[in-house]
Design a protein around this ligand. Structure first.
Ligand code: CO
Length: 215
């Protein structure tokens, strides 16, 4: 029988280390979580949101799916956003993509043999359609993939801003900022993508600037 004892042993060592550094740590977070940040990222195994930013358990609320897509009818993602914004009171939503994302790459190559996921990746092909001119003007395949990874983050931050919860929070004057970041797997570095939206007016302006469709 194959067991995963090595993982449980790692866990025991980690829990012990946490307790020795901060004896009250686990008892303090047992009853309450008050994270300031919601992370919406790709499921990719090469990215660990907490580790990347040096955050402890309890400091980051997380939603992940293939290619960090925010879909208006995805009850899973919407529930996470609502709970984070309305119940936990997070002050920041970070949508973080990454370069060389397999999901974005499959969408770019119009890979249709992946089964269900091909349909999920349709959402990224919608991003491609919106930014058709920008992508078509890029000659190198690698650069085009990098750009689409960035544009996907941009459009998914817009989708976050379009949720009723974020709109409502802004309408009520709540402090809530939506950020668009990208992670460079080669360097382990997070990069800002010029998306820092604190209210509806900023969102409307940025979206207008980035909207190619119908031009
Ligand atoms: Co990915």
């Amino acid at each position: 029988m194959k067991t995963l004892d090595h993982l449980l042993e790692n866990n025991a060592r980690w829990a012990q280390k946490m307790k020795s550094e901060d004896p009250e740590y686990f008892s303090r977070v047992y009853d309450v979580q008050k994270p300031k940040y919601l992370w919406i990222g790709c499921s990719d195994s090469r990215i660990s949101a907490n580790m990347t930013m040096g955050l402890k358990p309890g400091e980051l609320f997380v939603h992940r799916n293939i290619a960090n897509v925010v879909v208006h009818t995805d009850m899973n993602c919407l529930s996470v956003i609502q709970f984070a914004v309305e119940a936990l009171g997070v002050e920041h939503v970070i949508v973080c993509g990454h370069y060389n994302c397999g999901g974005v790459k499959a969408a770019l190559e119009d890979e249709t043999k992946l089964g269900l996921i091909s349909n999920w990746l349709r959402h990224i092909q919608d991003v491609m359609r919106t930014h058709e001119k920008t992508l078509a003007a890029i000659e190198s395949d690698e650069t085009r993939l990098d750009k689409l990874c960035e544009l996907n983050v941009l459009e998914q931050t817009f989708n976050v801003c379009e949720t009723s919860f974020v709109k409502d929070a802004w309408r009520r004057g709540r402090k809530l900022t939506v950020h668009g970041w990208i992670y460079d797997l080669r360097e382990g570095v997070l990069k800002k993508l010029g998306v820092h939206l604190e209210n509806k007016a900023q969102f409307d302006d940025l979206r207008r600037l980035n909207s190619e469709r119908f031009l």
